[in-house]
Design a protein around this ligand. Structure first.
Ligand SMILES: [Zn+2]
Length: 120
């Protein structure tokens, strides 16, 4: 058994879902391979950490964090925004500027002479 196929069996091994042959093959490889023993230990640690995350955060978690940041930053972050101009996306501002420049071009510059006039 090589490292790759050993690593693929870690999940089933930890869950106890391996067949007898695969289990003894893996155990044999683990007995002679310190690299895979280390990886299995890291895998167990990661899975154990995930297993402790059983509960999702309550709905009030994020607003409370934002309020704490707002208070501790003395209003610099997560403050109330001005309704009309607080949340205009940058793309809309860019589009409005492009349209404004196009209108200016059409109204003021389109009829202007661009060629070089010969000196009489
Ligand atoms: Zn190995």
């Amino acid at each position: 058994m090589d490292h790759q196929s050993a690593a693929e069996l870690f999940s089933s091994f930890v869950d106890g879902d391996l067949g007898a042959t695969e289990k003894s093959d893996l155990e044999h490889h683990l007995a002679i391979c310190i690299q895979c023993r280390t990886e299995l230990e890291e895998f167990r640690r990661a899975v154990g950490g995930l297993g402790r995350l059983k509960h999702a955060a309550p709905d009030s978690f994020l607003p409370q964090i934002q309020e704490q940041i707002f208070l501790r930053s003395r209003g610099r972050f997560f403050g109330r925004r001005w309704k009309l101009f607080g949340r205009i996306p940058f793309e809309w501002v860019s589009l409005a500027m492009i349209i404004a420049m196009l209108v200016y071009y059409i109204l003021h510059l389109r009829g202007a002479p661009t060629g070089v006039q010969p000196v009489p």
